[in-house]
Design a protein around this ligand. Structure first.
Ligand code: SAM
Length: 444
């Protein structure tokens, strides 16, 4: 079940990197499109540049992306589809896939091995398979800067990260945004409500992280701008698929594309996805949800909202989160055998209140401690206790617990990541430990 709602006010707003542009446009605010969205798709496909904002890996949203991709391909000589999910150096992977050298599952396997992005690609199977089948009309593009550059920016600063990523950036990139964009970004991270004054002003806590967001926005906009520059043929179109957070209010990526290509303002469309609690058969219920979620007419979160409802919505989000968590920690498990930094481990464990004795018990496993908190401050494990370590990671707390539970006790660690479990099992054997580890989901 889904509906499209117009949310463009009479004043259409898009934020240029140095100013907010306001243009007189026709308002579509409050226009709810009919159940069968053929007219809507037609309107979208008529544009040269379409931004589809998503919440990652949600099947009804992918269904919309596929419908738009099909329609835009029909209406163009060549459709470029730019994905956030693939970082630039993964372009050969997408090329091999589209050229039929590898199939979808092989592509996903290589994607996991590269491991920088870690999206759950399974929900995108039908969308990507369609692009592969129609490869004469559709070109898939990796559209994002690898997350490793964001980490570099946070750790080593802007100059180092800009230099390292220069291949993917415009000349003299500027990592500056305007206050409305920061306000929006902060609200998405902190959960503060942006659209009425009770939400209060943004805090400054996320200014550092905001730079990393700008770095990604600049890189993705650069990719789109290059495609526009190289597509002399006006009948070529571009579809950009990225998280809502990079597109909402035309901030982030769209503002940078439109300030480089102002002539495209009337040939662009922005659709943002919104999971709705409304009764989608009742227009007034829809509009209540829209104004509750995005404020009254005039805030212009997008040209259109894609409202979707799915009874399994929460379940699907949970499953996607679990899959991403598992992937991410599998990476941790794979590299756990590399010698880590004991000094850093000591500083971290000291700061969480681990004693010297506990650090010594952890021994050579201490550098694999992942530092969430110190359960031993509260657990008071006694000889003979049975201990279940939930989310045992690489086993450090389990090994400490085993020392206190003694030979009459038993420790079992469970973790969702098979690779972490494999590592800790092997460590238990090497240490002559009685602790057992098992792969399991703590929530099921
Ligand atoms: C930050 S690590 C902490 C690991 C360990 N306790 C430590 O402090 O070193 C969190 C762990 O929780 C695991 N985890 C996350 N969600 C889980 C779930 N639903 N079921 C089981 N383990 C889960 C992750 O795989 C990861 O190993």
């Amino acid at each position: 079940v889904h509906k499209f709602v117009g949310t463009r006010g009479a004043q259409s707003l898009y934020a240029g990197s140095d100013q907010i542009h306001q243009e007189e446009t026709s308002s579509n605010f409050g226009q709810v499109f009919p159940k069968e969205p053929a007219s809507f798709l037609k309107e979208i496909a008529s544009k040269r540049l379409v931004f589809l904002g998503e919440i990652h890996s949600i099947p009804p949203i992918v269904a919309l992306q596929k419908a738009v991709q099909e329609k835009m391909a029909e209406e163009s000589s060549l459709l470029h589809v730019v994905f956030e999910h693939f970082s630039f150096e993964m372009q050969p992977l997408l090329d091999d896939y589209q050229d039929g050298k590898i199939n979808f599952d092989q592509m996903v396997e290589r994607y996991r091995q590269i491991g920088t992005e870690n999206h759950n690609l399974e929900p995108y199977r039908s969308l990507l398979e369609h692009a592969k089948a129609d490869k004469k009309k559709i070109r898939l593009h990796a559209g994002f800067l690898s997350r490793s550059f964001s980490r570099m920016l946070m750790k080593e600063g802007e100059t180092v990260a800009l230099e390292a990523a220069s291949e993917w950036l415009p000349p003299n990139p500027i990592l500056e945004g305007h206050e409305f964009h920061y306000n929006l970004f902060e609200s998405l991270i902190s959960g503060r409500f942006l659209y009425h004054s009770d939400g209060g002003p943004p805090s400054d806590r996320f200014r550092g992280m905001y730079k990393a967001q700008l770095l990604k926005d600049v890189a993705m906009a650069n990719k789109v701008n290059q495609l526009l520059e190289n597509s002399s043929d006006e009948s070529e179109k571009i579809l950009v698929v990225a998280g809502n957070g990079h597109l909402l209010h035309y901030c982030g990526v769209p503002e940078r594309v439109l300030s480089a290509n102002p002539y495209l303002a009337n040939q662009t469309s922005l659709v943002v996805s919104h999971p709705s609690n409304a009764n989608l058969d009742d227009d007034s219920s829809i509009m209540r949800d829209v104004t509750d979620s995005f404020g009254p007419k005039g805030t212009n979160p997008a040209d259109y909202l894609y409202l979707y409802k799915d009874d399994n919505d929460q379940e699907q989000i949970d499953a996607a989160v679990r899959a991403e968590t598992k992937n991410a920690y599998d990476k941790v498990g794979e590299s756990a055998h590399f010698q880590g930094n004991m000094k850093k481990a000591k500083v971290m464990m000291d700061s969480l209140g681990y004693t010297q004795e506990q650090f010594d018990i952890a021994g050579p496993d201490a550098y694999n401690y992942q530092g969430v908190g110190n359960p031993h401050l509260h657990a008071g494990i006694q000889p003979g206790d049975f201990v279940l370590d939930v989310g045992s990671g690489l086993g450090v707390d389990s090994f400490i617990a085993e020392e206190y539970a003694g030979k009459d006790g038993q420790v079992i660690g469970i973790d969702i990541s098979n690779k972490e479990v494999k590592h800790s099992q092997q460590r238990a054997i090497d240490r002559g430990s009685s602790t057992c580890f098992a792969a399991a989901d703590m929530e099921s």
